[in-house]
Design a protein around this ligand. Structure first.
Ligand SMILES: O=C(O)CCC(=O)C(=O)O
Length: 296
């Protein structure tokens, strides 16, 4: 039985202005310490394949053990684990996101349960769990909205020593960059060389206390380097979209016909079913509406 305590956060005009201007914002503490401890245990359960539902993960699982330097990751943990579901579908968090991004309604696009193993201080040049500089929307071009965003919840104090996320302040205002679906690339310097000519490359670490989070715009460049501690870095990442976001249709990923819209076969598209086509909304139970809260 979960005892999660998710705090109610009032977003101010100043917070909104900061998000709009900088492309990301750091939240106050969202979760009680007890909730954080509980969720950390649930992360372990997920990677032990102890699920609360009689289901399989809906997408590829990166399930390396902690002795491997690779990133461990499960998408849509909310399908498998009830505590994660409580956070991902929380109307409190939904209201905070709606307030910050100035959207009337918010749905979940998907989540990511991520563990970045600690490789120790000697692992400075260790790239296995790096997350390349990328724009989230570059991975999501099948979706109609460029006002999607990400809530990155830290389940321990997080900074550059444990491979915390870094964002390029203001880069959301550059628009969609070509070929920026580079989450899985490891060479941050090479990616910086590729993308940095578009504006000032203001690389800011997202320093978070345990239970705090950052919210970044889907066009904000971000990435992360190695975790140089001996403890794993745990984060629950929730991607949101404005209510009404729809499927733009298939864009052949191998033929870059449209200069600024290289498509991809996002795993969310099959969730729309066999009759989906351009204009089909991403709604229904696979994409829960978290704000306004639906009365159950
Ligand atoms: O966990 C990280 O370091 C980066 C995660 C990320 O790319 C995201 O939240 O969109």
């Amino acid at each position: 039985m979960s005892t999660l305590k998710i705090h109610d956060i009032a977003v101010t005009d100043q917070n909104r202005a900061e998000y709009r201007e900088r492309g990301y914002w750091r939240t106050p503490k969202l979760l009680s310490d007890e909730s954080i401890a509980f969720l950390r245990g649930e992360f372990d359960r997920i990677f032990r394949k102890e699920y609360d539902r009689d289901l399989y993960p809906f997408d590829r699982v990166y399930e390396y053990d902690l002795n491997s330097p690779e990133l461990r990751k499960v998408n849509n943990g909310w399908w498998l684990n009830d505590a994660i579901r409580e956070v991902v579908t929380s109307p409190r968090l939904g209201r905070m996101i709606a307030g910050l991004t100035e959207q009337a309604g918010i749905r979940v696009w998907h989540d990511q349960v991520v563990v970045k193993p600690g490789v120790g201080p000697e692992g400075k040049n260790f790239r296995a769990a790096n997350i390349g500089w990328h724009q989230d929307y570059a991975h999501w071009q099948v979706a109609s909205s460029q006002e999607m965003c990400t809530l990155w919840i830290a389940l321990q104090d997080t900074d550059l020593t444990n491979g915390g996320m870094r964002t390029i302040v203001g880069s959301h205002r550059w628009g969609l960059s070509r070929d920026a679906e580079t989450f899985h690339e490891k060479d941050l310097d090479a990616l910086k060389d590729r993308f940095s000519a578009q504006g000032e490359w203001l690389d800011e670490p997202c320093v978070l206390k345990s239970g705090e989070a950052s919210v970044h715009h889907c066009l904000t460049f971000h990435g992360s380097g190695p975790n140089l501690t001996h403890d794993p870095r745990l984060s629950l990442i929730i991607h949101y979209m404005p209510n009404g976001t729809f499927y733009l249709g298939r864009v052949d990923p191998y033929q870059k016909i449209l200069p600024d819209r290289k498509g991809n076969r996002h795993a969310n598209v099959p969730l729309l079913g066999p009759n989906a086509g351009p204009g089909t909304p991403f709604d229904g139970e696979c994409f829960p509406q978290v704000w306004p809260a639906l009365v159950k």
